[in-house]
Design a protein around this ligand. Structure first.
Ligand SMILES: [Zn+2]
Length: 491
């Protein structure tokens, strides 16, 4: 069966076929490391991870590159405003280098907690200044640039199909263009390739260039690094939907002007996560009544992964929540919807536990049939542009049928194993199931015993505190049963 993927460039679902053999060269736009990633950004990364994992499941090899923007991204995507790193310097009283290092680490940690596979190559904009300068020189040689006081700009009027990804109405843009904020800019859509440091300004991040001391424009880094590591035409270029009109449009313009070839075959974009505009601490019922609002750092209404953990949810539950919605539809986040997702995930965990515990039962051909059906459905739905809502519907139906067989003991342990194997196979794509039971560290064993002792002494306050510590520090949930404490990893 062939995988079909929606291509923003053609606005159609297309059969996925890499340019060369079975290797997919995939570039995903990474974070601007001037602040924490919010849960809207993270939704995009999780869906990109779903795409990557599904490609691997389909038997492709994936060469994956992600950039880290640590310079040049201005507060307004269209080259106006201040460098976001400089804004952060003023906010945190640290150098841009320290800020970038800090948020890059946090970001990578977030991705790991969310179960994302790491890219083969992480590349920082500041480590690739010479590649960016070389690309700007190529564009200059080909006559696509002009220099003004502010820096070197790309002349978008020189490209016939400028704006094709976003289907920009260039004439309309011209008519409605604001009075130019950057003196000397020829067209409203022209963008900076190299910004010059204004005289008398001190920057922590600046480099010499043929045009003078300054720093690269935001878009040029992605073109330079993507082509360096993946070649002139990529198979997949991915990012958030907000990248379409400016960032990806300009990446296409400068890359295709430089090489004369298509920059990427498939453009993959993830929709927004909307979040109610009440505060994090507001209770669920209030939150769910609030109107949806696009989440943006600049609006100061963002939640990050730690906010979710602080509300006692796990990154795994958040990942599962993301994957209940199709990546091309807007998703509404509320604490209530996250709670619902967490409950559904609990049921899946219970299902896996029941299967693992299942011993004696009569063998039945029904299991084999159900497994064959669900495998077919999994592939059919995922082949359809990662149609996760349909995939979950068929998977939940499958779980229901298997549960019935478990109840009536119409299943041999061999059958149960077959179901477990199938679930783990799907989970190599979804990555939402609990990790295999890991051995309990000795110090944790001791803590659980200590807690049992506290309970026997009826010191429930101390026992509760220890229970919380086990959860926060080790990701272990302890349940008290009539047969003594039971524990499980939930992170
Ligand atoms: Zn990019």
């Amino acid at each position: 069966m062939a995988f079909k993927i929606y291509n923003t460039l053609s606005r159609k679902k297309e059969i996925f076929k890499p340019l060369k053999g079975k290797t997919v060269r995939m570039y995903t736009c990474g974070p601007t490391v001037y602040d924490y990633a919010h849960i809207g950004n993270l939704r995009t990364y999780v869906n990109e991870d779903l795409l990557k994992r599904y490609l691997l499941w389909k038997g492709f090899r994936v060469k994956h590159v992600t950039n880290v923007t640590d310079v040049g991204h201005l507060t307004d995507d269209a080259d106006q405003g201040e460098d976001k790193m400089v804004v952060a310097e003023q906010r945190e009283h640290k150098s841009a280098w320290d800020i970038a290092a800090f948020y890059e680490k946090v970001f990578k940690n977030d991705l790991e907690l969310l179960g994302a596979l790491m890219p083969d190559i992480w590349c920082r904009a500041t480590d690739h200044i010479s590649e960016q300068i070389t690309l700007v020189r190529t564009l200059e040689r080909k006559g696509y640039t002009y220099k003004i006081r502010d820096g070197v700009y790309f002349d978008t009027s020189r490209l016939k199909d400028y704006g094709k990804l976003a289907r920009l109405n260039i004439e309309g843009l011209k008519a409605g263009a604001r009075v130019e904020v950057t003196a000397g800019k020829r067209n409203a859509t022209d963008f900076a390739l190299w910004k010059l440091t204004p005289a008398g300004t001190l920057r922590h991040m600046e480099w010499d260039s043929p045009w003078g001391r300054g720093f690269p424009g935001w878009h040029i880094e992605c073109s330079a690094m993507a082509m360096k590591y993946l070649g002139r035409t990529l198979d997949v270029h991915a990012g958030g939907i907000d990248h379409i009109p400016v960032h990806h449009t300009n990446e296409i313009a400068q890359s295709e002007a430089a090489t004369g070839r298509p920059f990427a075959k498939y453009w993959f974009h993830c929709e927004f996560l909307n979040v109610s505009d009440t505060k994090i601490s507001d209770n669920w019922s209030e939150t769910s009544k609030a109107r949806p609002l696009k989440m943006a750092k600049s609006k100061g209404n963002f939640l990050r992964l730690q906010s979710v953990i602080d509300e006692t949810f796990t990154p795994r539950q958040l990942r599962f929540f993301y994957l209940t919605a199709h990546y091309r539809t807007q998703q509404l986040f509320s604490w209530e919807s996250l709670k619902n997702a967490a409950n559904t995930l609990d049921k899946l965990d219970e299902f896996m536990d029941r299967l693992a515990r299942h011993k004696n039962g009569k063998s039945s051909t029904a299991v084999r049939k159900l497994v064959a059906e669900v495998r077919k459905e999994f592939e059919r739905t995922m082949d359809d542009d990662l149609n996760v809502p349909e995939m979950w519907a068929s998977l939940h139906h499958f779980v229901g049928s298997i549960n019935k067989l478990l109840e009536t003991k119409a299943m041999a342990s061999r059958d149960a194993q077959r179901v477990l194997d199938t679930m783990h196979d799907f989970d190599s794509v979804l990555a939402v199931l609990r990790k295999e039971e890991r051995p309990l560290p000795a110090e944790v064993k001791k803590l659980i015993e200590q807690r049992e002792e506290m309970r026997k002494q009826k010191d429930f306050t101390a026992a509760d505190e220890l229970r919380k510590r086990l959860l926060d520090q080790y990701g272990i949930e302890v349940q008290d049963t009539s047969e003594g404490p039971r524990w499980r990893f939930i992170k």
